[in-house]
Design a protein around this ligand. Structure first.
Ligand code: GUN
Length: 299
């Protein structure tokens, strides 16, 4: 029962391919139109995980041939100063995408800052205008992690229409936009959360399981319908086998799920690497639209 039979979905390889495809489009944009997309990343404070993300974002932005604007502000930056910076970035024509790294220090109202970003430059897709457009079928910039999950699903399964999907977790960053994206693909979607009754039973109905709750190894193999596809968004650090060591696990119990699922993303190396690759894709989309150029899906 514990033997792994599922195909492992290689998010690292898909992310590398997406980044290359974006880089090729960026090169063509430069050559044909003399345009270089620019992405601004704002980091407030010194959260170690955020510093790693921001460093990777900057490096990968440059590798894709885009301009990277990095703004590091001290943890005690007043909210008004951050809003002033966002206004300046909104007005700067060299900046096509703006990302304010979350979480922000507690004295800053995150939603107020996200609402201040020009929706056309909102490469995170967190602005209510983009959330609304995603829900109502317009041209939205879509949050990076759920869009990365969708890309992996479509490459794995082809058309998703008519499939039953469960999304576990209702955050604005992953769960809600993920449910909207699956609905847009004509899946029948259950959006489950901490108050859902009989979560294992709901899960067993699903052809697609997206786990995004932040609970280490919550989803067990006997919750999975045989052959289903499991997309694990969780990144949880838990105590390792040896004292003082830690290891990363997802929201799905990999071993038991991989014995039942048809395909599954590993942690690490599954959804994680897709996020920055999709950010670059979104920056390219934002740049094209700001210049009135058509944006064709990268892949
Ligand atoms: N912090 C962790 N993930 C994200 C993300 O996708 N976007 C932003 N802005 N902050 C994050």
């Amino acid at each position: 029962m514990t033997e792994q039979t599922a195909k492992i979905i290689d998010g690292k390889a898909t992310a590398a391919a997406l980044r290359e495809a974006v880089a090729a489009r960026v090169a063509a944009l430069k050559e044909r139109h003399g345009i270089t997309p620019g992405l601004a990343v704002v980091l407030v404070g010194e959260d170690p995980a955020s510093q790693v993300y921001v460093r990777n974002k900057n490096e990968q932005t440059k590798q894709a041939g885009m301009r990277s604007f990095e703004h590091r502000l001290p943890a005690d930056t007043p909210e008004a100063a951050l809003l002033t910076l966002v206004s300046a970035l909104n007005a700067d024509p060299a900046v096509n995408g703006i990302l304010v790294q979350l979480p922000l220090p507690k004295h800053i109202d995150s939603q107020k800052v996200l609402d201040a970003i020009d929706p056309a430059k909102d490469v995170d897709g967190f602005h209510p205008m983009n959330a609304g457009r995603l829900a109502t079928g317009g041209n939205a910039l879509v949050p990076c992690t759920p869009l990365g999950c969708l890309i992996l699903l479509k490459r794995e399964l082809g058309a998703l229409a008519g499939r039953k999907a469960i999304v576990i977790g209702r955050s604005n960053i992953v769960g809600k936009p993920m449910a909207q994206l699956l609905l847009r693909e004509s899946c029948t979607v259950v959006l489950a959360h901490s108050k859902t009754r009989d979560l294992p039973g709901e899960c067993r109905q699903a052809d697609i399981v997206v786990a995004a709750v932040g609970q280490p190894e919550l989803v067990k193999g006997d919750w999975i319908k045989p052959g289903a596809t499991v997309i694990d968004v969780g990144i949880n650090r838990v105590p390792g086998a040896e004292p003082g060591k830690t290891r990363l696990v997802g929201d799905a119990d990999f071993k038991s799920c991989a014995a039942v699922a048809g395909a599954i993303t590993p942690v690490p190396g599954g959804v994680g690497p897709m996020t920055i690759a999709v950010l670059l894709r979104n920056a390219l989309e934002a740049c094209c639209r700001q210049h009135g150029l058509p944006f064709e899906e990268v892949f």
